[in-house]
Design a protein around this ligand. Structure first.
Ligand code: SF4
Ligand code: SF4
Ligand code: SF4
Length: 354
């Protein structure tokens, strides 16, 4: 089953968030993003394909029996291979985001994605187009990086060796079985069945989530991606690519005339890609940390932040923090508190309102 880590869901940061990527990709409609701030989940409809976590910008929907990070490290450690199939090593290839695909290709040189089962698969309606989309984006970016690593889609239709697997399973089962374990397993099974009602389970933020929300955290896939990138030889020339072809990071433009210095964008940015200093006298942007979650755009009331139409591959190899704007820091004529402003205001926002 999946679980929702509420504090990682971008929707928990602001009611303005329009993120519903998990709802759109779910092939069984088990996830509903309705009027509640956080997605609701029908656990009995979930088929544990992991596609929702694959598209989630902040990895908020991990599976309880498949860790993408563990899979990644096992996969790159394997001496042969480079082969990924839903019948061999992943629940569905759509569970692997573009960052994972690129990282695996860089470290293995060649990765084959087995799409031989997709034609007959019941969850292919949303997952197959996502697999192709991720593959095309990963290939496009590898080419732009001038890397010789490659990813291929092949209709292998891998089948596990049934008998060997069954024998091994039977041996493992007989070693394990005794009265205590049977009773324990039966209780756990009943608990899981109870949990799997066909109702939508709403999620809320717990007290412990609030402190996690305040922390700026970078998803594992981003850490792995930049570790892998370090293994790639820097290209002689950095290409600039079409930003609409890059789903997981972005470069930003800020309209200095319309920005009101309200501070919302960098206070809510989940990773710290947007930041300021202790005096709140500026907004800096670090594309290395941006997960393209759209929060900054969603909360900016004056639409001062926009996406740059292009993305320079240089940011993968030599990330630079850019200053988007600097503010004046003045003392408010009314309350005497310091405030940042982008105009000649003499009053802070709070005093202007009151
Ligand atoms: S894709 Fe992730 S961030 Fe977006 S609504 Fe779903 S869980 Fe939240
Ligand atoms: S860019 Fe928008 S959200 Fe950020 S400080 Fe300026 S007005 Fe506020
Ligand atoms: S800069 Fe904007 S899009 Fe990027 S991670 Fe921060 S809030 Fe999300």
């Amino acid at each position: 089953m999946i679980k929702l880590e509420s504090s990682r869901c971008i929707r928990s940061l602001t009611k303005e968030s329009g993120c519903n990527k998990c709802e759109v990709i779910c092939p069984t409609n088990a996830i509903v993003v309705g009027s509640n701030p956080l997605p609701s989940i029908d656990f009995s409809a979930c088929v544990a394909c992991g596609a929702c976590d694959g598209v989630c910008p902040n990895e908020a929907l991990p599976l309880d029996n498949f860790s993408v990070v563990d899979f990644f490290f096992d996969f790159v450690k394997e001496s042969n291979g480079g082969f990924i199939s839903c019948k061999k090593n992943v629940p569905c290839i759509a569970a692997l985001s573009v960052e994972y695909l690129i990282s695996m290709a860089i470290l293995k040189k060649r990765v084959i994605l087995d799409i031989g089962h997709c034609k007959t698969c019941e969850i292919a309606s949303t997952c197959y187009p996502q697999i192709v989309k991720n593959y095309e984006e990963a290939e496009y970016l590898l080419e732009a990086m001038q890397s010789d690593a490659e990813i291929k889609l092949h209709k292998v239709a891998y089948k596990p060796l049934e008998n060997t697997k069954k024998d091994a399973n039977r041996r493992e089962f007989l070693q394990f079985v005794n009265l205590d374990t049977v009773i324990k397993t039966s209780r756990e099974f009943e608990k899981e069945v109870k949990k799997a009602t066909d109702e939508l389970v709403a999620h809320t933020l717990e007290k412990s989530d609030i402190s996690l929300l305040r922390q700026k955290r970078i998803p594992q896939k981003r850490k792995i991606f930049f570790t892998a990138i370090k293994r790639v030889k820097k290209p002689a020339v950095y290409h600039v690519v079409d930003a609409t072809e890059v789903s997981f990071t972005s470069q930003k433009l800020l309209d200095k005339k319309s920005c009101t210095a309200c501070q919302m964008c960098y206070r809510l940015c989940p990773t710290g890609a947007l930041s300021s200093d202790i005096k709140n006298s500026k907004i800096d942007f670090d594309p290395f940390l941006c997960i393209k979650c759209n929060t900054c755009h969603d909360v900016c009331e004056v639409d001062a932040i926009t996406l740059s139409p292009s993305y320079n591959i240089k940011e993968f190899f030599e990330p630079t923090v850019q200053n988007l704007i600097s503010f004046k820091v003045l003392r408010c004529d009314e309350c005497g508190m310091l405030f940042s402003t982008n105009s000649d205001d003499k009053l802070c926002n709070r005093c202007k309102i009151t």
